[in-house]
Design a protein around this ligand. Structure first.
Ligand SMILES: [Zn+2]
Length: 78
């Protein structure tokens, strides 16, 4: 199944982990957890900010809760 970026609808989305995908066009990370998706903006300096508030409808996210983990540690941006 091809995953399209929920931000820019690009199909240039790479798999970076078992449940993690990265859009090379707009540099966002999508992490699938069960039946919901968390979306993060990855800045050029490696910092990550949540975009869940923007995509709450499309991502089927009922609540914008975060466990406090830092997903930036798993990302390698070339
Ligand atoms: Zn994108």
């Amino acid at each position: 199944m091809m995953l399209k970026c929920i931000n820019c609808s690009s199909i240039d989305v790479g798999k970076i982990g078992p449940k993690q995908y990265f859009c090379w066009d707009c540099c966002i990370e999508m992490t699938i957890t069960g039946d919901k998706m968390d979306v993060y903006q990855v800045e050029p300096d490696g910092t990550v900010s949540s975009l869940n508030d923007l995509f709450v409808d499309e991502a089927l996210v009922a609540a914008s809760e975060h466990p406090g983990s830092d997903p930036a540690g798993d990302i390698t941006v070339a």
